[in-house]
Design a binder for this molecule. Structure first.
Ligand SMILES: *Cc1c(COP(=O)(O)O)cnc(C)c1O
Length: 394
């Protein structure tokens, strides 16, 4: 094995990705706790307490649902459970995840529409309002909050107001935003919001978290197409949180232990403080990127996510070469683009434990250094660090 291969196979010193992310230390300790039998009354009580803690963290009126698989399970389950053959669905697409969600919605819907914008842009609430005015028959609207492969943040609260006024059900993928982005779920008014512990909550990838409105429960219960006795069933888990009720199947005990520790961490630090930490890290990163003469992917800084910074690749720079060099030289692992954004940008995650401003300095040093080495261009890393530090100092 040569040195380059050895460096590629070595564990990263800094995992600054957009998910999965490295876990908080207290989460790692929790994974090592004894795995209780799921019908041990101690575990039944713990599961109930964790779900109620999750409700507190989400700040919602209804009891949330945990599905026992990483958030893609929750997203597919939401489409399968809510969409009935007569539904007229509007899918809002500003990136790879939004487009992908259409693949689950379309085959289940009576008819299917999309509004699409460029992947460095976000959905305009006025455009949604105009579409719904012209299509009063729409019964369900879906959107991805933070379309992670482009690092842009849709205005889900404003769009939620439009959807509510129209009366359609509102489905939101907030997997990579919730717990990292300032948000008020009551104001968003989603009927089904899907998130997960493996991004901003700093837990491993294994669970889906669903905030479900009373209206969405009623829709699922009335929907003959909604899965039952299935991994995709949300209905099967509706009452499973109560300690006197059975589980449909075995929950992921170790991951529930981890989630509980992640929630303690989030509530203990305080959601407002956690959101501020994410926002400052991203602002420092953006300032440094610009100061080094590199370009942000987002069309405007105002739509760039606080949980991820996407940086445009200059012409001629290969993304794999860049990320490989960042790891080999600096021990820093960042994320690639996906599908349409692959080899057009790279992404630095600011999620959970890595949403600390000093990690922006680490990422800027590795990014600037590797970019300079690959292009032969002079890149002023000092200016990038100074710009980031100025944001940190406030
Ligand atoms: C991470 C993520 C998911 C979960 O999917 P992965 O399998 O982890 O890619 C879903 N939606 C969004 C927007 C995400 O960022």
């Amino acid at each position: 094995m040569n040195d380059v291969t050895a460096a590629a196979l070595a564990p990263a010193l800094f995992t600054l990705t957009t998910g999965p992310v490295n876990c908080y230390p207290e989460v790692l300790s929790a994974i090592a706790k004894p795995v209780l039998y799921d019908y041990d009354p101690a575990f039944l009580a713990f599961y109930e307490a964790t779900v109620l803690k999750l409700q507190k963290a989400l700040r919602i009126q209804t009891v949330p649902v945990i599905l026992q698989g990483e958030p893609v399970l929750g997203l597919e389950a939401a489409a399968a459970s809510l969409v009935a053959p007569g539904d007229v669905v509007l899918n809002l697409v500003s990136g790879v995840y939004g487009a992908g969600y259409g693949e689950w919605l379309k085959p289940r819907a009576g008819s299917f529409h999309e509004i699409r914008v460029a992947y460095d842009e976000v959905i305009d609430p006025a455009e949604v309002a105009a579409f719904l005015d012209a299509h009063p028959e729409v019964t369900l609207v879906a959107i991805c909050h933070h379309d992670t492969p482009s690092g842009t943040l849709n205005p889900i609260e404003e769009i939620g107001r439009v959807v509510r006024a129209h009366g359609a059900l509102y489905v939101v993928d907030s997997v990579s935003a919730w717990a990292g982005v300032e948000m008020d779920l009551d104001a968003v008014g989603a009927d089904l919001l899907v998130t997960g512990p493996n991004k901003c909550l700093g837990c491993p990838p294994a669970l889906s978290i669903l905030a479900v409105s009373d209206r969405a429960w009623a829709k699922m219960e009335a929907n003959p197409a909604a899965p039952r006795s299935s991994m995709l069933s949300i209905l099967d888990w509706k009452e499973a949180w109560r300690k006197e009720n059975p589980f449909p199947f075995t929950p992921s005990v170790a991951e529930i232990n981890a989630l509980d520790a992640g929630l303690d961490r989030y509530l203990g630090e305080g959601p407002e403080a956690v959101w501020a930490r994410h926002a400052t890290t991203a602002a420092a990163m953006r300032a440094g990127v610009v100061a080094m003469g590199l370009e942000l992917w987002a069309a405007r800084p105002a739509i760039a996510s606080p949980t991820c910074t996407a940086v445009k690749l200059p012409a001629g720079v290969d993304e794999t070469a860049l990320r490989t060099l960042m790891k080999r030289r600096y021990g820093v692992v960042i994320s690639s683009g996906r599908a349409e954004t692959f080899n057009r940008l790279v992404r630095i995650g600011h999620m959970g434990p890595t949403a600390h401003p000093l990690y922006a300095v680490v990422a800027l040093t590795a990014l600037g250094g590797a970019m300079a080495e690959l292009t032969g261009r002079a890149i002023d890393i000092g200016a990038g660090v100074a710009a980031a530090e100025a944001v940190i100092r406030g």
